[in-house]
Write a new protein. Structure first.
Length: 78
């Protein structure tokens, strides 16, 4: 029976041989120019501020989490 072994030292060496992305964490957080026309429309619904999102944004948000189990734990009453 042929059993595959995992050599962690070889695994780490192979990971270190791959080229890394040279951008730093601060580079990723730097602000990028925003096209103001692409922002959602601001409005009011009674006394509450609101925004109007296009249906495609709403649908893509649903699609992203359609297989997720989202819940809440109330640890006070256990």
């Amino acid at each position: 029976m042929d059993v595959a072994t995992l050599n962690l030292f070889e695994f780490e060496q192979s990971r270190n041989d791959k080229p890394r992305n040279e951008s730093s964490f601060t580079d990723l957080l730097k602000s990028k120019p925003i096209d103001v026309d692409s922002l959602p429309l601001l409005g009011m619904r009674g006394e509450v501020p609101s925004i109007k999102l296009p249906h495609s944004y709403y649908q893509s948000g649903l699609d992203k989490f359609k297989f997720s189990l989202i819940g809440r734990l109330d640890l006070q009453k256990i």
